[in-house]
Design a protein around this ligand. Sequence first.
Ligand code: ZN
Length: 193
Amino acid sequence: MPNKSTSSEPTAGAKQLAAEAPPRKLYTIVKYGDPVLERSTPVNQKFDSELEQLAEDMFATMYAAQGVGLAAPQIGKGLRLAVVDVSSGKNPEAKIVLVNPEIIHAEGEVREEEGCLSIPGFRGYVVRPQFVTVRAQNLKGETFEIRGENLLARAFCHEIDHLNGILFLQHLSMLKRDLIKRKIRKLRKEGEW
Ligand code: ZN
């Protein structure tokens, strides 16, 4: 049991941290079945503080859900915006915001198990490129290119798919996809989805 002097320290530290970073809004993640997940998003043309806030809230929502990527449709917003962090918040430099992203180069193939925060509890093997180069805009509207390998390449592909209304289920065999869809239908009937 900590004594009084040691237990007061973390409280002071937490207060200081709260003063530096404003509390973030945590969004409810939309689940499979909501039509917003299967709609393509229009090109984003507005780069303002609202978009910046939203991106930070998306990071917070993603970390809380222990994901490595989150696309705006997953919080019910039809925006061409996604966030990715394969370090799960451990490395601030790994935070990547993609506005209007597109894959301009892809190389190699990796078959790996994949999941989605909008389809919790289900995973499946999906073939993705081993390397991809993405061209996107940042929150200021500046165009940049970024190369990803393995998990990062997979996250880029998965999130860009989301912006095009595509879910990882569509990359599975019809048998596996139907099995997952049937299980989700059952969960929904039981009020657990
Ligand atoms: Zn997803």
